[in-house]
Design a protein around this ligand. Structure first.
Ligand code: HEM
Length: 454
């Protein structure tokens, strides 16, 4: 097997293949019209390493797990986050998602312990209570935009896990401001990739207002908390109490950046995964019935607890398969710090690299009949058993920068999916087609009927 390394390039056959693109614009128009379709077509036509021009900026698309492993894990030190993360840094400052180098390393070591499986179990009750309130508010037979409901409940959950009760009054304002910020993210990320400078403030006034609003609310909570010595059982308390190897705490600004990061990274992704899971289950009565059988057997109608998680195997398989077909984070960008080689092609230092869960997780070389939603693929996990390469499936990324909230997200998604399916039968609503949108969110309209039969 040819291995890709980020060391000195060997003899290389020639130019990286890819679409020629238009004069000056390259493939910008095609990409912005349909990111996922365009990148898919590129991989089909040109293979595992493709060079695309977005105006004057070359971007290398990598589709093979071997190359993805090189970038994310084996040679992670040779890559930094791509320029598009600058758009996020405007909101998140130097939080975990947007920082680099030793600074990131220190922050990661301070925050990671709070997300160890053992430490997040306490949040299960916050999750099931919030889900219970959402489900109690659903009438027996109704049509709803379930994605909106799920966005609301995951926001409420992350807010409570972070700030305890203090954010309750502000949750709606925070939600709205977050929406403005995430809606602008794709546009801002593209601009950050194309230009080395930030767009002037007046062009994005609404966004700056939203950032100010978030700073006011979150800054206020942090200030209030810092001056209180009452211990709390939430993530903010953990951020305030964390000390590095020299016994130093995080600065106030750093706590703010990390709280904002966890807030932003911690709800929309989980809501997207759950929306798609509900949609896919609604398409397949056999899968719905199998899930119902497991839920009845394990829970018998009661609210799930963390102790039930190991026995909710099929629920977890449904979620894993959902995240294969519809990864909430559909691509990851990096920039090469040194010349590197992928699949026999030289990629120069400074290049933008883009890897796509969307593409690789639908690759027939690793997933037979890849478009089919089949949770059974995960009965005997093909990654764990070594049947497919480790980086053929990476919804949470991988290597040192793997999602710090992965266990939190899986626990939340499993508990919520179990509760929704326990109490409701869902169908898609005519006149509200589900459209794929490669942004930070998408709409999911589902009709739900409470199912007395279960
Ligand atoms: C289904 C839900 C989720 C998905 C699919 C997801 C996906 C990801 C991915 C792919 C990355 C890596 C990005 C990169 O390498 O550039 C990431 C990083 C991160 N995620 Fe998640 N995530 C989810 C939920 C969460 C939750 C619930 C939290 C926190 C409460 C969270 C916090 C973070 C943070 C802080 C990082 C940055 C880690 C670092 O760079 O050290 N995520 N996530």
């Amino acid at each position: 097997m040819a291995t890709a390394t980020a060391s000195t390039p060997k003899a290389l056959p020639g130019k990286v293949p890819g679409p020629k693109g238009r004069f000056l614009l390259g493939s910008l128009i095609e990409v912005s019209g349909d990111w996922l379709g365009f990148y898919n077509r590129c991989a089909e036509e040109y293979g595992d390493v493709v060079r695309v021009h977005l105006a004057h900026v070359p971007v290398y698309l990598l589709a093979h797990p071997r190359d993805i492993e090189t970038v994310l894990a084996a040679n992670a030190a040779n890559f930094t986050k791509s320029a598009d993360y600058r758009a996020l840094a405007r909101v998140l400052g130097k939080g975990l998602l947007t920082s680099e180098g030793d600074f990131w390393k220190r922050q990661r070591s301070l925050i990671q312990p709070a997300f160890h499986r053992q430490n997040i179990l306490a949040y299960a009750t916050v999750m099931t209570r919030a889900a219970g309130r959402m489900l109690d508010s659903w009438p027996e037979k109704c049509e709803r935009n379930i994605h909106q409901d799920l966005m609301r409940v995951t926001l409420e959950i992350v807010a409570q896990c972070l700030f305890g009760a203090e954010v309750a009054d502000a949750a709606e304002r925070v939600g709205k401001a977050m929406e403005v910020v995430t809606e602008r993210f794709i546009a801002n990320a593209s601009l950050a990739m194309l230009f080395r400078f930030d767009i002037p403030v007046f062009l994005a006034r609404g966004e700056w207002r939203a950032i100010r609003e978030l700073n006011d609310i979150i800054g206020g909570i942090i200030r209030k908390r810092s001056s209180s010595d009452q211990p709390r059982e939430d993530l903010l308390d953990m951020l305030l109490r964390a000390r590095d190897a020299d016994g130093n705490p995080m600065s106030g600004e750093q706590v703010r950046d990390e709280a904002m990061t966890l807030f932003l990274a911690g709800h929309e992704t989980t809501a997207i995964a759950l929306s798609w899971a509900c949609y896919l289950i609604a398409q397949d009565p056999r899968i719905e019935a199998k899930l119902a059988e497991e839920l009845q057997e394990v829970l018998g109608g009661r609210v799930p607890t963390p102790e039930d998680l190991p026995r909710l195997r099929y629920t977890e398989m449904v979620l894993k398969e959902t995240m294969r077909l519809y990864p909430a984070v559909w691509g990851i960008g990096r920039r090469a710090l040194r010349d590197c080689e992928f699949g026999g092609y030289r990629v120069p230092a400074g290049s933008n690299i883009f890897i796509l869960q969307w593409r690789t997780q639908r690759d027939p070389r690793f997933f037979p009949d890849p478009e089919r939603f089949d949770p059974e693929r995960w009965r005997e996990d093909p990654v764990r058993s070594g049947k497919i390469p480790r980086f053929a499936y990476f919804p949470f990324g991988g290597g040192p920068r793997v999602c710090v909230g992965a266990s939190f997200a899986m626990m939340e998604a499993t508990l919520l999916l179990a509760m929704i399916q326990q109490r409701f039968h869902l169908e898609t609503v005519e006149g509200h087609p589900i459209e794929l949108f490669a942004g930070a969110s998408q709409e999911t309209w589902l009709k739900q009927t409470s199912s007395g039969a279960r």
